[in-house]
Design a protein around this ligand. Structure first.
Ligand code: HEC
Length: 210
């Protein structure tokens, strides 16, 4: 009897674990003290390994605000943080369009950032893990919006180049709780690589715009 009950209870937990997540507005909010405790427990239980250091557990102001507001902070919280992040992006002088062919290879590569990777290996951008980009690519993730014809639709003006470069450098400057990795801010990609990706998205000859 007791054994059966335990088995049933176990199943219930499993089923609850598999349930679809609640929509953003309906999730219970986490209290600041509980968030601090969660971070403390993570820091206690996780160990640095290879290139994956404990710094990955640090919550910066943006992540903290998003955690406390279920990824949907009020405008008075998100706006000043987004402005601050935008100001911190080191936009290079001159053209932001690099080589789209190199950008394509970066967009397709998911290499890097795992604990077993050697330090200083060239990281990829993993863009296809979340975005549709060129028609040739049959397999892509859909967490991010489709970027098919991104340059054809948006054009290549200075403002669009700047937005594209900035979005790749630090997506949170434009959408505080964006799920997109902050490629430049996290030093995953360097200035030239971000320019190459900007060209891949905007260049009229890039397959993205064909
Ligand atoms: C983990 C998933 C993920 C990865 C990996 C990712 N993105 Fe995103 N990206 C998103 C999401 C989600 C959005 C939409 C929400 C937002 O605006 O932040 C987005 C938005 C964008 C936008 C803005 C689109 C618009 O219509 O204004 C651009 C540009 C972009 N991503 C480029 C890239 C590039 C280039 C890469 C590879 C270096 C990349 N993304 C990698 C998730 C991702």
């Amino acid at each position: 009897m007791t054994k059966n009950f335990l088995l049933l209870a176990g199943t219930a937990v499993l089923v609850a674990g598999c349930a679809a997540p609640l929509p953003v507005g309906e999730r219970p909010k986490i209290a600041a003290s509980d968030l601090d405790q969660l971070v403390a427990v993570s820091k206690r239980d996780f160990k640095a390994r290879g290139i994956a250091g404990m710094d990955r557990l640090e919550l910066d102001a943006a992540m903290r605000a998003c955690n406390l507001h279920n990824d949907n902070p009020p405008r008075e919280v998100s706006q000043p943080l987004e402005e601050q992040i935008l100001k911190s992006i080191p936009f290079p002088q001159g053209s932001l369009l690099g080589d789209w062919k190199r950008g394509q290879r970066l967009a397709q590569s998911g290499q890097g950032m795992t604990w077993s990777d050697k330090p200083n290996i060239a990281n990829g951008g993993s863009c296809y893990n979340c975005h549709q980009l060129s028609p040739q690519e049959e397999s892509f993730g859909t967490l991010g919006t489709s970027l098919r014809n991104f340059g054809k639709i948006r054009g290549t003006s200075e403002a669009i180049q700047r937005y594209t470069y900035g979005k790749i450098y630090n997506s949170k400057a434009y959408n505080l709780c964006s799920q997109m990795p902050r490629m430049g801010h996290s030093k995953t990609l360097n200035e030239q690589q971000i320019k190459d990706l900007t060209a891949y998205l905007l260049d009229p000859n890039s397959p993205v715009n064909k």
